[in-house]
Structures are given as C-alpha cells and as structure tokens.
Design a protein around this ligand. Structure first.
Ligand SMILES: C[S@@+](CC[C@H](N)C(=O)[O-])C[C@H]1O[C@@H](n2cnc3c(N)ncnc32)[C@H](O)[C@@H]1O
Length: 201
C-alpha cells in the first residue's frame, strides 16, 4: 500500500523523480489555460506541474500528502520565481471548497477505489462552473511495463472509471492508449495511459 511516508522516502534527495518539466499532456493543454485561472494541482509530488502552471500565470494551489514533496515543490517555485500555495493533505479527505478552482490537474495520482471516488467527488465540487479537469493516469495495460505506475491493479485507471466518476462533467477529450514518456528517472519509455479533459457545466 502506498503511504505518505513511502513517498517522502522516494522524494528524499536532490533528484526530481518525474523531472522538473511538466507532464507533456498538461503542457499540450496550454491553449485551454489563461492567466488568473485558479488551479489545483492534485497529488503534485515535487511540484513540476504546479510550478509550470504558475509560470503560465495561473494562481496555483499544489496539494500532496508528502511533506517532503511539498517542500521541494515550494523550493522549486521559489527558484523559478513564481508564487504557489503548497498544502500537505490527503486528497481523499481534503475539504474541497465549492467552486474554488477553474482547473484541476490530476496527473498520475493513483488512489484506492474508495479514496479515488471521494477525491473525485471533492474535485467535482471544487470546480467552478466552466472549470476544467485535466487527467493523465496509468491503465491496467501498463502492468508489466517498466515506465512507472503502481503494481496494484485496483489503483489503475480506465476510460470507464473516468466516465463513472466524472459522469456529470462534459467530455472534451477522453482517450486510452499508448504514449511515450520522458519524465525523470521514474517515467521513461512506452506507457499505457488514460487522458481526459473534462469541463463542469
Ligand atoms: C506518481 S506521483 C506523481 C506526482 C505528480 N503528479 C507528477 O506528475 O509529478 C504520485 C503522487 O501522488 C501523491 N499521493 C498519493 N496518494 C495521495 C493522497 N491520498 N493524497 C495526496 N497525495 C497523494 C504521492 O505523494 C505522489 O506525490
């Protein structure tokens, strides 16, 4: 079972486990983002995605249950000269304020089913009308590949899970398939993912 302490250990040390550059899918969605948008980067790890969003002029809250990860995220933001709020909290039980965000980035956050459902409910509540959810996560087809992701199949995502948890959101893009990852030492090579861009009415 994944724990915050296990992630603290992974994030200890100077290296960035998934690199300092943002996730490529999030980066590709840049035309959807505009300065001033309130963004939540959920399960933000060492902060590469939150910091990149802040560099695009968004007002970013970066949340992760790893205190070590969030300390590195805050240091990365300071080094890049951008403001970013960091929060150490469990994404499954955090108090998502209604309509507080125009964008939620859910990048490689893999939770047990009950926690995943609780976080998804929180995210839907937390999105403002017109708000976007950008998600990239591994699917069960990733099992056996060496480019990252959890071993436990119940943590993995699928198009069907996205449709189930976020059925109230409008689908702008929802794809399942093979991509090539080049994200720090932990995400390298061909990978099986689901990618979604969803919008709250
Ligand atoms: C694979 S890493 C991805 C980090 C980041 N999204 C990125 O793409 O670089 C997964 C992250 O999810 C975080 N995480 C896992 N379970 C969590 C939970 N229940 N609440 C908050 N963060 C969690 C871990 O601490 C870790 O930082």
């Amino acid at each position: 079972m994944s724990t915050s302490l296990a992630w603290d250990e992974r994030f200890a040390g100077g290296d960035f486990q998934f690199g300092e550059a943002p996730n490529r899918y999030l980066q590709a969605l840049r035309p959807w983002f505009s300065p001033g948008m309130r963004a939540l980067s959920l399960g933000d790890g060492e902060g590469r995605n939150g910091v990149w969003l802040a560099e695009q002029g968004l007002r970013v809250t970066s949340l992760d249950w790893s205190g070590v990860g969030m300390a590195k995220a805050a240091a990365l933001a300071a080094r890049r000269g951008v403001a970013m709020v960091t929060i150490v909290a469990d994404a499954a039980s955090w108090d998502y304020r209604e309509g507080a965000f125009d964008l939620v980035a859910w990048i490689y956050l893999h939770l047990p089913p009950a926690d995943r459902a609780a976080a998804a409910r929180g995210v839907v509540r937390g999105l403002a009308p017109g708000g976007l959810l950008a998600l990239e996560c591994f699917t069960p087809a990733q099992q056996g590949r060496r480019s990252g992701g959890p071993k436990m199949v119940e943590l993995l995502w699928s198009r069907a899970i996205v449709e189930d948890l976020f059925g109230t959101l409008e689908v702008l893009e929802l794809l399942e398939g093979t991509v090539s990852l080049d994200e720090g030492p932990r995400h390298q090579g061909p990978a099986e993912v689901v990618r979604a861009l969803l919008r709250k009415a």
